[in-house]
Design a binder for this molecule. Structure first.
Ligand code: NAD
Ligand code: MG
Length: 402
């Protein structure tokens, strides 16, 4: 039984949604290696036209799309003479996602990724999903549409990719629970007092992972783990009480599946997103040497501890939103996006992030915003109203949290 050498595999096309980001860059690193067999067709970005054009030329894409129509002129100029088609706007982004491609990487950040990712799902694509917010914003709808279109969703998020790999060790009916690990972020050992005074600069200094700004702040508040619990609930059809979180400062064990007989099957790997991304790009094959190999002797030890709900209230907020169901996870995600932006802009202190999310959830419930979104437009409608609510509440929370 010999596997076909990778360089003789038929070339496969790939669409990169969110190509200029951190996950995008790790993916491109893997694609550009000799023999990857992956041919980028479409690359997209928010508004950095110059970066997108440079990247499109470097990978030989056919189409480059910016979401922001104001960046169209710059993109067109930057691509002139290259033969690469330029497009802009939300509709162009959705069209780009609908184009035939063997694989679609969904690596846009935030609820902005929902429509393009769903567009790929609805044409039955194989989607390597990094954009966890689309599952938090409209998870039930997303998974229903994926099933209806026979789309394949491969989890890029390292913990979910680990769970996906570990699930292969047994039968679904024998799964007792899963554990998603968390690094604990830069404030894991800080006192509540110190955390209260944390600056964006400190929060952006993640101890283990190098990622985009939004997810890095989510890691510092541990909202990221809350979003990941919701993501796991949808991806693996598990009840909330089957999904545990464990703080593991070394970020080497990414996820664990506990089976009925008491066996715990874990996936381990270097703290490098190229490992889960490579798993999705080559699945069910493997890409050799996706990242430097792990030296367990040099590492010496692995530590585990329970998350602290007092210093990191965002995790419990996300769990409560999942338990509540309906529109609550959509509201949570939207409020969190506003809170993170406000924190990064110096308009809200660190503890105000969870405070604003909590108040927005309460305000949305008081206004009767509770129905589970049954379409992408309904989800984005709730998202929009929640953002407005959060922005209205922002000055009050910012003053209180001072
Ligand atoms: P990033 O900020 O580095 O990149 C985001 C990408 O999305 C960029 O290409 C940007 O241009 C594009 N984008 C941003 N806003 C947009 C909008 N409104 N419309 C269209 N495009 C837009 O983010 P990232 O760290 O690469 O994360 C991307 C996604 O992957 C997020 O959902 C994140 O939670 C998830 N994720 C990231 C990591 C990581 O290591 N970075 C790990 C796990 C999951
Ligand atoms: Mg993760």
């Amino acid at each position: 039984m010999s596997a076909t050498p990778r360089h003789t595999r038929a070339p496969r096309t790939i669409t990169l949604l969110g190509a200029t980001g951190s996950v995008g860059a790790s993916t491109i690193d893997l694609i550009r290696r000799e023999g990857s067999g992956l041919v980028p067709q479409v690359v997209t970005a928010h508004r950095n036209a110059t970066a997108l054009a440079t990247l499109a030329r470097a990978v030989g894409a056919r189409v480059a799309v910016v979401a922001d129509p104001a960046a169209y002129g710059e993109l067109k100029d930057a691509l002139s003479g290259s033969g690469i088609e330029a497009a802009a706007g939300d509709a162009a982004l959705v069209e780009a996602a609908q184009r035939p491609a063997d694989l679609v990487l969904a690596a846009i950040t935030g609820a902005a990724g929902l429509k393009p990712t769903l567009a790929a799902i609805e044409r039955g694509a194989t989607v390597a999903l990094a954009n966890k917010e689309s599952l938090v914003c409209a998870g039930a709808l997303f998974m229903r549409r994926a099933a209806a279109a026979s789309a394949t969703v491969l989890p890029v998020d390292s913990e979910h990719n680990a769970i996906f790999q570990a699930l292969g060790a047994g039968q679904r009916r024998d799964v007792r629970r899963i554990i998603v690990t968390a690094s604990g972020g830069p404030f894991r050992t800080w006192t509540a007092e110190q955390i209260r005074a944390a600056t964006p600069q400190q929060a952006l200094r993640h101890p283990n992972w190098s990622m985009g700004r939004k997810i890095t702040i989510d890691s510092a508040t541990m909202m990221n783990k809350g979003l990941e619990v919701i993501e796991a609930h949808h991806l693996f059809a598990l009840t909330p009480d089957q999904i545990d979180v464990l703080v593991h400062p070394q970020s080497i064990v990414h996820g664990i599946v506990e089976f009925a007989d008491g066996s715990l099957v874990a996936q381990m790997g270097a703290t490098d997103m190229r490992i889960p991304i490579a798993h999705c790009l080559a699945w069910p094959d493997r890409i050799p040497d996706a990242a430097p190999r792990l030296d367990l002797v040099a590492l010496g030890r692995l530590d585990f501890e329970a998350p602290d709900p007092q210093r990191f209230p965002a995790l419990a907020l996300a769990r409560a939103a999942l338990e509540q169901g309906g529109a609550a996870p959509t509201v949570l995600n939207a409020a969190n996006e506003i809170a993170v932006e406000a924190f990064l802009a110096g308009r809200l202190n660190f503890m105000g992030i969870a405070g604003l999310v909590e108040e927005t959830l309460a305000a949305a419930a008081a206004r009767g915003i509770s129905a589970e979104p049954d379409s992408a437009d309904a989800a984005l409608g709730v998202d929009h109203v929640s953002r407005e609510l959060a922005l209205t509440l922002l000055p009050e929370i910012a003053a209180k949290a001072c």
